[in-house]
Design a protein around this ligand. Sequence first.
Ligand SMILES: O=C(O)CCC(=O)C(=O)O
Ligand SMILES: [Fe+2]
Length: 303
Amino acid sequence: MKLTTEQIDQFQAHGVVIVPGILTDADLAPVIAAIESWIDDRANAWLAEGRITDTHAGDGFDTRIASLYAQDKEFPRGIDLMEMRDPDIFSFMGNDNLLDAVECLVGPEITCNPIQHLRAKMPVCLTGEVISYEQNVPWHQDVSFTWEEADHSNIVTCWLPLVDVTAENGCMHVLPDMFRGGYLDHISEGGTRIRPDLMPDIEPLVAACPKGSIVFMDKCTPHAGITNRTESVRWSMDLRYQPTGVPTGRPFHPDFIVRSAADPRSVHCDFDEWNRRWVEALAASAGYQSHRPIPIEERLPNS
Ligand SMILES: O=C(O)CCC(=O)C(=O)O
Ligand SMILES: [Fe+2]
């Protein structure tokens, strides 16, 4: 689905646009099936090992992993996209409905940036966290997760819910109109986040949206993830796309070309190779610093 001129203008003017109805249930079904199958395999293995006592086999997508997490907090470990490395999710990264929209923001030569996540935000009744940004994803710009080599790359974050997201189940909060100043200093305490004294005192945009939507954000748009106060899981994925040929900010992780008008043969669609590149990259880059909070001695103004 192409974006309308209004939606493109909104992104360019404000650094964020929320577009409903880009992805169909059929687009997302293979992604959800892959996640469900990962959960099922682990639940059965952990039942056999005695780590859990109930696999909750009959539960739905939005509750099962919470019931497993309640039995063992380690359950979701390794579910992120570069660790799970599922072929259907890899295929989804080249989904035409998704890329038709992305093309409107980055142009026809598109590379999939290696920063890509799957998030199962657990209900606060299980995590026991207090309702504060510190306990969720604190205010940050995605540019803070890249090396400076990518400061001039047009990397667009595509945040897509796999269930309907609301203020109650922990959607994002976003600050429009704050991207033009570029990178804001971040600190690492309490999770990589914008230096609190640089945060404006304005009401954030509540990025509630139904499944099938995409929240597009500039890499310098501040955003945060808020508390899930429901009893089910807030599932989302965030992928990033950029023009081909400019730095990704993660030179040590694999990117790949997903669409090209100029050279269609350059499009990379081989899952096995992508899988192998991640295995090698994760081993070779262990311990690399990919976030960039400023050093402690430079952290406070006038200090
Ligand atoms: O999912 C969230 O709550 C935050 C996500 C985020 O920071 C991102 O997608 O860049
Ligand atoms: Fe982010």
